[in-house]
Design a protein around this ligand. Structure first.
Ligand code: DGY
Length: 328
């Protein structure tokens, strides 16, 4: 039992929880489901620190419910679109996340999705399990080649670059669109070519999304973009669900405007848009981007380190709003 009162909104790997328990009094939400909003509001009250997940809506209401003792929010994720950062900063609450550590795992998953989708592995798995498979057939479940095709990446940050490096091994040519263009030597080293979003959408055989969710990226891929994609192109989303207008995607898939989609994230996670689950040529993963043992352990430790630094009045080592420290 330590000095600080901390809420941990879900069981996280012990490697991180142990570090927190050594110095804090922990209220852990132990149920194997996200903490309901009313519980979150109630349990946040009076806490010095909160460890949350990307599935916890940390809006102004939760921050206000926590009260004036709250010093730090540590999220076990790189994305922090679930946290009202302006409100946290205004109240002098530092927010920490887990960048970098999940880059390679998320890039691995992206390639796994691209390969499963293009080579129809999930459809094949369903066929074999169903008992309806009658053996090898020349036209059965034929998919896409990768060599010489074009991979378009939206958001060439850490994860986007790791995806581009892997794509090279499969003979894919990589084009990208980003808010800021990379310096030419860096582009040449990966190698990648910068294009406009419209060109990216039109030219890609595989269009893979790696941008953060914010006002600019909300529904970045909607009806218009889906109509511009090649009919044999595939969409892959491992970023955040709302980057894609999921209803428009279902419509595009039904009309066969594109060849298929692989999603690791959903607009109303964990709910799916009506009709999505019934479409054969989609691969649906349950937000597995960072789900490797080593990565999740490291994320938990980083989360604990962020929390403890914030509780001690310092800056979390991975802080997304250092300016908050000026306020407290
Ligand atoms: C993150 O950390 O933001 C990822 O989405 C987790 O897989």
């Amino acid at each position: 039992m330590g000095a600080w009162e901390v809420l941990v909104t879900r069981q996280i790997p012990e490697a991180g929880l142990d570090l927190i328990r050594k110095e804090c009094s922990v209220r852990l939400w132990e149920e194997d489901r996200p903490i309901p909003k009313e519980k979150l509001l109630a349990l946040a009250a009076g806490k010095d620190g909160i460890v949350c997940l990307l599935s916890d809506p940390m809006g102004g209401d939760v921050i206000a419910a926590a009260g004036p003792k709250l010093k730090v929010i540590a999220t076990m994720a790189v994305g922090f679109d679930n946290i009202d950062l302006d409100e946290a900063t205004r109240r002098g609450i530092v927010v920490g996340n887990t960048p970098g550590v999940l880059t390679e795992a998320t890039a691995d998953l992206t390639l796994a999705l691209i390969l499963s989708l293009g080579r129809r592995i999930v459809e094949g798995d369903r066929l074999v399990r169903s008992g309806r498979w009658t053996g090898w057939a020349p036209t059965q479940l034929v998919g896409a080649d990768f060599n010489g095709k074009t991979l378009g990446i939206v958001g060439l940050g850490r994860i986007g670059k790791a995806v581009a490096r892997r794509a090279k091994g499969f003979g894919l040519n990589v084009i990208y669109h980003n808010r800021r263009r990379l310096a030419e030597p860096e582009e040449a080293a990966i190698p990648v070519r910068f294009v406009s979003l419209e060109e990216l959408v039109r030219e890609s055989d595989f269009l893979s999304l790696h941008c953060p969710l914010n006002q600019e990226s909300y529904h970045l891929i909607g009806k218009e973009q889906l109509e511009q994609m090649k009919p044999r192109a595939y969409l892959i989303n491992v970023a955040r669900g709302p980057v894609v207008d999921e209803a428009a995607l279902v419509e595009a898939l039904r009309k066969k405007q594109i060849a298929g989609a692989a999603l690791d994230v959903y607009e109303q996670e964990p709910k799916l848009s009506p009709g999505l689950a019934e479409i054969a040529n989609v691969v649906l993963a349950p937000h597995l981007g960072s789900a490797s043992i080593e990565t999740r352990n490291r994320m938990a430790v980083m989360t604990a380190e962020n929390l403890l630094a914030g509780l001690k009045g310092g800056l979390p080592p991975w802080c997304v709003n250092p300016q908050a420290r000026q306020k407290k």
